[in-house]
Design a protein around this ligand. Structure first.
Ligand SMILES: [Mg+2]
Length: 390
């Protein structure tokens, strides 16, 4: 089997459908921790998706995608990376990955170049599944996993009553764990700290003691702030504090772990086995959170999971997609997936808008069904794709 075409399209649509909620609500993030006038919208280059399609001479087409720095991703694939894919057999995915990584070191190693490699690698796995008639989960060694647990990720910093209502709704829908965003960081001082505590207290009171609760600081804190914040939040029995710092600030991660009993998580903005190895060596986190659409795809994700396993660490991939569902189904140290249910207080009509990737499995009763269709079990929404190419 030979690859005869690789095509990358930049689609100017958010992969999550309506993303306005993220922009309207309070949400600490890396840039407004420095300048409060900048918003979460400024943090994004754009909300586009890079769709990679790889076609073989026996008529199969594999689909892969990534969503950050898409203008650069398109250029890197079209001007360089395609060379290492064209004419290859997709079952040689290890060699293809290694060639792309080595060839891009001068402009890559982390960031958009690895996202481009991720999208290509994901398309190769989809192709291998389609060529063999097996799901990616089955190819990875998880053919009999029917569903995986999901946690509800939402709980923005809205009024305490509304947050409590949203949290209760997740429990009623069958979720046994959930994650809250926090609205405040160092610039808002002690007053903001107490508001963060008020938010978490309202949620914990609503869900009782048996439901897991995590928090996400989205890289927006510093070590003194995080140490004090975690001390104030310890009574609420949190399962993890996520991304308290920027991904490179590994010493702060390690020092925070020494000062708090709350487990520390991170890794959604880290890349390749080498980046995760540095996190592990620095004793930076208790839970690794690779995003396979960023960190190097499924091929690299398996290596990161093995590295984590030999250090007794679990991995909880960032965000949600069929790629992660299939991967988690076959990875014994990956206990659950993130999911993004629509908050019960939001006008649901806003979320009816179709997305570019179709047939992604969604949670039911706190679990995500694992597709048994060949490959990843997804399709491209051609209507959106064609519209974006006009
Ligand atoms: Mg996060």
């Amino acid at each position: 089997m030979k690859i005869i075409e690789i095509k990358v399209d930049r689609v100017d649509e958010c992969i999550w459908g309506n993303f306005d909620r993220q922009f309207k609500l309070r949400f600490i993030n890396p840039i407004n921790a420095i300048n409060p006038d900048l918003t979460f919208k400024d943090w994004f280059w754009d909300l586009a998706v890079s769709i990679v399609q790889i076609r073989t001479d026996d008529g199969h087409t594999g689909i892969g995608w990534c969503e950050d720095g898409t203008g650069a991703v398109e250029a890197m694939i079209n001007n360089h990376l395609h060379r290492f894919v064209m004419g290859q057999d997709p079952f040689d995915y290890e060699g293809i990955w290694e060639l792309m990584f080595r060839a891009s070191t001068v402009y890559g190693r982390k960031g958009a170049a690895i996202e481009a490699i991720s999208a290509i690698d994901i398309a190769l796995w989809d192709l291998m599944g389609k060529a063999t008639g097996k799901s990616v989960a089955a190819l990875l060694g998880g053919s009999s996993t029917e569903s995986i647990p999901a946690y509800a990720s939402g709980l923005h910093h809205v009024e305490p009553e509304l947050a409590a209502e949203e949290a209760t709704d997740y429990v009623n829908k069958g979720y046994t764990a959930m994650k809250a965003r926090l609205g405040y960081g160092p610039l808002e001082g002690r007053k903001g700290m107490l508001k963060n505590v008020e938010h978490i207290a309202a949620i914990r009171k609503a869900i009782g003691s048996e439901v897991g609760l995590m928090i996400d600081a989205y890289g927006g804190w510093n070590l003194p702030y995080a140490s004090e914040m975690c001390q104030l939040l310890e009574p609420y029995n949190l399962s993890w504090v996520e991304e308290p710092f920027l991904p490179d600030d590994l010493k702060s991660y390690a020092r925070l772990r020494e000062t708090t009993t709350i487990p520390v998580a991170g890794g959604e903005h880290e890349f390749t086995r080498y980046g995760f190895q540095q996190m592990i060596e620095a004793k930076a986190v208790d839970i690794l959170q690779p995003d396979l659409h960023r960190c190097g795809g499924i091929t690299e994700g398996r290596k990161i999971a093995s590295l984590a396993a030999v250090h007794g660490l679990s991995i909880c991939p960032h965000a949600f997609s069929n790629v992660h569902t299939q991967f988690i189904a076959a990875t014994t140290n990956a206990p659950m997936s993130e999911s993004f249910p629509v908050p019960c207080w939001e006008d649901s009509d806003l979320n009816e808008q179709p997305t570019i990737i179709l047939n992604q499995a969604s949670p039911e009763g706190g679990k995500i069904p694992v597709s048994t269709a060949p490959g990843l079990g997804v399709e491209i929404n051609t209507e959106i794709l064609n519209k974006s190419l006009l």
